[in-house]
Design a protein around this ligand. Structure first.
Ligand code: XMP
Length: 519
């Protein structure tokens, strides 16, 4: 088997909000990449053995005292280097050029005039020798190091890009990694393929093949336990492990009674019936509802749900004999974020997997087969492993489930009504094509009664709120501008089909100041 991570690109992170995007773009180009902090030691860099290095952007100015610099090994290793924004500036400064503080911060679209076609800018210009790029910088390079040639400029940025092709050093002031840069993908592909001579080995089929081999080596003939939630990450882990070790895998699916309509049955059908995976379904609705009885505060509800989850999961785990490993759906952004926040190399246990804090008598070794993958790579893997598209591209669902979508105290009666309303909402979103145009959508149960009229009678029943948002990062979000006809159809259906609902409202709050969930 070819080693698909042998052709690898090292990304040194100087703190730009776009650094992760660089790693993703390189991988989308079919080349394995890893992102590390800019102060990686010379020895570690040599050991990593990259075929090329990319220096990311960053918030600092090279003029500031103690501003970060690229390690010496970057320029001594004899592999091509691409500096982006701050990366270009520090590279210029370290190689003998000059950077000057910009009076104005240049932010947004710009057109570069390509004045010299090097390998990096190959096939990115239009018929006027221009290309649209995304700029975001204050400082700029004012004189180039010896051996460098300017390759493009804008009216306000004389060195928008430059290179010393004899040494394989390239720099761009703009951000090729963001989608606003028209030919950014091509530029990054030029760097990794033409300049660094990397192959195209990083793709789903190869990743699956490599991962299965690694899992078999790690696990041998031991048993593995996985908490299956039905979410994307744990589903992909289940499918991958099943391929690698078959019946040595046991999944525990905790049905807490706070799932969407028929969700528990669907998870069982998909994994147990269709894929033949051993899944233990822990039906725990009564237990969760009883623990939640009388609890109204959102954070208190989250804690109760988390605690019950761990207890149920632990009880099921104790019933199994000789399990050595616990599998987790940790993905690469979790790893990067935990490293960035200086928590060291500790394992991140995602709160929504809810298996952190297992009791001491359950001492497992961890198996984390998605640890080096981005979410979009995990999704592609899931599709390649045969998990249906609609499961892989589902909206995220919070760990506490309907527990935080029923305001205040959670009761079975409320959960049942909410499930029906939510299901109608989802059906209509899917049918109208709006499901894929929104990032997250759901119904929320309002524990207030409102008057309605049905036929000749008065109805005094519950209120349902509909929430749909558009967002990429879930940090900020805009309420989705669903067509009125669609909202009309959904609200009519909910009030007609569910006798306990007398009114439907649409949430028009954006985040901030509101959050996506109501609790
Ligand atoms: P908010 O409501 O903070 O939500 O704007 C941002 C994203 O996080 C999800 N969310 C949670 N996920 N456990 C989870 O696993 C939680 O307690 C939780 N609270 C919010 C929310 O659904 C949205 O995608």
């Amino acid at each position: 088997m070819t080693n698909i991570t042998q052709d690898r690109i090292l990304i040194l992170d100087f703190g730009s909000q776009y650094s992760q995007l660089i790693a993703r773009r390189v991988r989308e180009a079919g080349v394995y990449s890893e992102m590390h902090a800019f102060d990686m030691s010379d020895e570690e860099i040599r050991e990593f053995n990259p075929k090329g290095i990319i220096l990311s952007g960053g918030p600092e100015s090279v003029h500031e005292a103690d501003s970060p610099r690229a390690p010496e090994a970057v320029f001594d290793l004899g592999v091509p280097v691409l500096g982006i924004c701050y990366g270009f500036q520090t590279m210029s400064e370290q190689l003998g050029g000059k950077v000057e503080a910009g009076d104005v911060h240049e932010f947004g679209y710009a057109k570069i005039d390509i004045t010299h076609q090097d390998k990096l800018l190959s096939k990115i210009s239009d018929e006027k020798n221009q290309s649209e790029v995304w700029m975001s910088h204050g400082d700029k390079v004012a004189s180039l190091p010896e051996g460098f040639t300017v390759t493009s400029s804008t009216p306000s940025c004389p060195y928008a890009s430059a290179s010393d092709e004899s040494r394989g050093f390239y720099g761009v002031q703009f951000h090729p990694e963001v989608t606003h840069t028209q030919k950014g993908v091509e530029l990054i592909s030029n760097f990794v393929h033409i300049i660094c001579s990397c192959g195209n080995a990083w793709n789903s089929e190869n990743i699956i093949e490599m991962r299965i081999k690694q899992l078999q080596d790690q696990i041998g003939d031991q048993k593995v336990l996985l908490g299956l939630s039905g979410g994307v990450d744990s589903s992909v882990v289940a499918a991958l492990l099943h391929r690698a070790i078959g019946d040595q895998l046991t999944c525990v699916f905790v049905d807490n009674g706070l799932l969407r309509l028929n969700e528990g049955d669907q998870v069982m059908q998909m994994f147990a019936d269709n894929m033949g995976i051993r899944v233990i379904r822990a039906d725990s609705e009564a237990r969760f509802l009883s623990a939640l009885s009388g609890v109204t505060d959102p954070e208190a509800k989250r804690k109760v749900i988390g605690r019950e989850f761990i207890e149920v999961f632990s009880e099921e785990a104790r019933k199994l004999d000789g399990v050595k490993f616990l599998a987790q759906g940790t993905i690469y952004p979790d790893v990067i974020e935990s490293a960035a926040s200086k928590q060291g190399k500790a394992h991140v246990i995602k709160s929504h997997h809810n298996v952190g804090g297992l009791p001491d008598d359950l001492a497992f070794e961890l198996v984390e087969p998605l640890r080096d993958l981005f979410k979009d790579e995990v999704r592609k893997l899931g599709v390649a492993l045969g998990i249906p598209h609609h499961m892989i591209y589902r909206h995220p669902f919070p760990g506490p489930g309907l527990g935080v979508r029923i305001l205040g105290e959670v009761k079975k009666e409320y959960a049942d009504i909410l499930r029906l309303a939510d299901d109608i909402f989802m059906q209509e979103l899917r049918q109208s094509g709006w499901y894929d145009k929104t990032a997250q959508a759901f119904a929320v149960f309002q524990p207030v009664k409102s008057v309605g009229v049905v036929g000749d009678g008065r109805r005094y029943a519950w209120v349902i709120a509909l929430r749909a948002v558009e967002t990429v990062d879930f940090m900020t979000a805009r309420f989705a501008h669903l067509p009125y006809e669609l909202v009309d159809r959904i609200s009519t259906r909910i009030m007609n089909e569910i006798k306990d609902v007398s009114r439907v409202v649409y949430d028009v709050s954006s985040k901030p100041p509101a959050t996506i969930e109501w609790e």
